[in-house]
Design a protein around this ligand. Structure first.
Ligand code: HEC
Length: 198
């Protein structure tokens, strides 16, 4: 009713002063007025922040494609898991490689994984690790045995386990490379250790 509405307005006038300062909108329908009641500044700040974040997110993952999408992330996780949980032995899938490309790849693995720190640049051995170029082997000279020792290491004797760092393919390449060094007679070769390879 108009009268009570007027009374309300007077009440506001009495208590709060000018009604426009109160945030009451000018329009009025059937005695109903609208109170403009904006949310507090901090809520608006968070609201605008979420819009800003969504723009950055979209640019990073969708438009500029800097970040990995879920398929790429999945592929990466699978690759990591394969390196980590691949079997300890080659399982017949990997065998001695003799082609030049594989042996070169093995040489690169030898350099990249810093095997030289313990076995010398040419595999001649040093104060830490044994000579890998002679006919004497502590852990056996077959491809599978060499593969196994590189993959699983011998931590109590100072040989690092390389599983979790390189995959089986790389281990088979570096194993083949080492076997190819046999008889290369590098300078400063360390005295033989272990059993002669039959
Ligand atoms: C931190 C030092 C260290 C690093 C790095 C290292 N090795 Fe060894 N490695 C050793 C030691 C020490 C032994 C001897 C273990 C023993 O006496 O049982 C050994 C043993 C071996 C053997 C067995 C030799 C035998 O006579 O049976 C092979 C093969 C081998 N390492 C290859 C590698 C390859 C390939 C790399 C790099 C991918 C590498 N090692 C990196 C220290 C190392």
């Amino acid at each position: 009713m108009m009268t009570s509405n007027n009374n309300d307005s007077e009440l506001y006038d009495d208590v709060q002063g000018d009604k426009n300062d109160m945030g009451i909108e000018e329009h009025e329908y059937d005695g109903i007025k609208e109170l403009d009641n904006p949310p507090p500044g901090w809520i608006m700040a968070i609201f605008y922040l979420t819009i800003g974040i969504s723009i950055l997110y979209g640019a990073y993952y969708y438009w500029l494609k800097v970040g990995p999408n879920q398929d790429e992330e999945y592929a990466r996780a699978v690759e990591k898991a394969q390196v980590k949980y691949a079997s300890a032995t080659p399982e017949g899938v990997f065998s001695l490689l003799t082609d030049e490309a594989s042996l070169n790849a093995g040489r690169e693995v030898y350099a990249a994984m810093n095997c030289a720190a313990c076995h010398g640049n040419a595999g001649e051995g040093n104060a830490i690790g044994p000579n890998l170029t002679d006919n004497a082997w502590i852990h056996g000279c077959s491809f599978d045995e060499v593969f196994y020792i590189i993959k699983n290491g011998f931590p109590t004797k100072g040989m690092t386990a390389f599983k979790g760092q390189i995959n089986d393919e790389k281990i088979s390449q570096v194993s083949s490379y080492i076997i190819s060094l046999k008889g290369s007679n590098p300078a400063n070769a360390k005295a033989p250790q272990g059993q002669p390879c039959e």
